[in-house]
Design a protein. Structure first.
Length: 361
């Protein structure tokens, strides 16, 4: 819908009218947003009437154009395109569905409703936009590599739009984006693990209640932080434990013997969670690693370093790559598995021993 407005500019801290004419905002026949002077004075009754007539004409043209382009709108065809293209690839379908949700948030914000409206500058601006969070609307900040992946998917969507005749060209094709080297998390030595264990047991009881179980589960199973808080009543069955991962993926693994004593009382009372999870789980762990002194020793250390540590201890123990990949849920991803390796070929093969710990909290 076209709208009239008075053009203003900032003078100090005040916005002042800087044009004697009415201006009109509207979408042209290709769907692009335009801002034009009507040439009619806003301080004149006849000029205001003529400007309003022009506004009405622009609005009518917009509606006619919108009706013509209805089938080209993102929300009409993109989700079906994703479903068809990745029909037999569940993980990819989920991953790109999430990517498209974020891309749509951006396109809606900059008022790009049709493929033909997308320009090169919109694509390049996405990188900075993606780094900022908007939690009320469900958007979290992401790194450069995530933004690049999403833009490459947008390029695929635009390629399909060109094929369907919804756009004359693909502006994403000229971006030539490259990923930055993936950050490598350090592994923990036996002394590091001991420092963490001692630090946890010095924490107040409320913090210890979630730090300790989450640490143990990651230490023995190599899972991600968001996978450590399982539902014992549902996920622990006999000698197996089920981990729910991103994209709805489910992994059933043998329960590590060192964790049996942790889960027995939880299963007995049909607990729905392993521990009371804090509002910001990752932040609590980040702050704890500072308090216990681990960040001073290894600035890049984080909870995910436990996962790297499990990978390398399995390798030191001589466990085959295929088994390590399955245990860490990296099947089919040799590049990710190798990313975690921190061992020289001539290092001694050693297994890690159980921790000396107190179960009751």
């Amino acid at each position: 819908m076209a709208t009239l407005y008075k053009r203003k500019k900032r003078v100090g801290k005040i916005m002042e009218v800087c044009s004697p004419f009415w201006w009109v905002k509207f979408r042209n026949t290709s769907g692009a947003i335009c801002y034009e002077s009507t040439g009619f004075l806003h301080g004149n009754g006849d000029g205001t009437r003529r400007a309003q007539e022009l506004e009405a004409r622009k609005t009518l043209e917009e509606r006619q154009s919108t009706t013509t382009n209805q089938s080209e709108r993102w929300d009409v065809w993109v989700l079906q395109f994703i479903a068809d293209r990745y029909k037999h690839q569940t993980n990819s379908r989920t991953r790109y569905g999430v990517a498209w949700r974020t891309l749509r948030m951006y396109l809606d914000e900059i008022e790009i409703t049709l493929p033909r409206q997308l320009m090169y500058i919109h694509c390049t601006n996405y990188l900075n936009w993606r780094e900022k969070s908007d939690k009320p609307n469900g958007k979290y900040n992401a790194g450069h590599n995530t933004a690049v992946l999403e833009l490459k998917f947008l390029a695929l969507v635009m390629k399909e739009a060109v094929r369907r005749g919804f756009a004359h060209g693909n502006p994403c094709r000229e971006l030539e984006l490259t990923r930055v080297p993936t950050k490598k998390f350090p592994q923990y030595s036996d002394d590091d693990i001991q420092l963490i264990v001692e630090g946890i047991h010095k924490e107040p009881k409320p913090k210890k209640k979630f730090l300790w179980p989450s640490f143990l589960i990651a230490y023995y199973h190599g899972v991600r932080l968001n996978e450590t808080n399982v539902n014992p009543a549902r996920d622990v069955r006999g000698n197996t434990i089920t981990f729910h991962q991103k994209g709805g993926k489910v992994r059933v693994k043998p329960l590590h013997p060192e964790l049996v004593e942790l889960f027995q009382p939880l299963v007995a009372r049909k607990a729905k969670e392993t521990f009371p999870q804090p509002k910001s789980f990752a932040k609590e762990w980040f702050n704890f690693l500072h308090r216990c002194g681990m960040k001073a020793l290894k600035p890049e250390a984080c909870f995910h370093s436990l996962r790297v540590t499990v990978q390398n201890r399995l390798r030191r123990a001589g466990v085959k790559k295929e088994i390590r990949k399955a245990y860490l849920s990296h099947d089919g991803a040799d590049d990710v598995n190798e990313l975690y390796d921190r061992i020289e070929e001539d290092e001694m093969l050693v297994c890690h021993t159980p921790l000396n710990r107190t179960w009751k909290l």
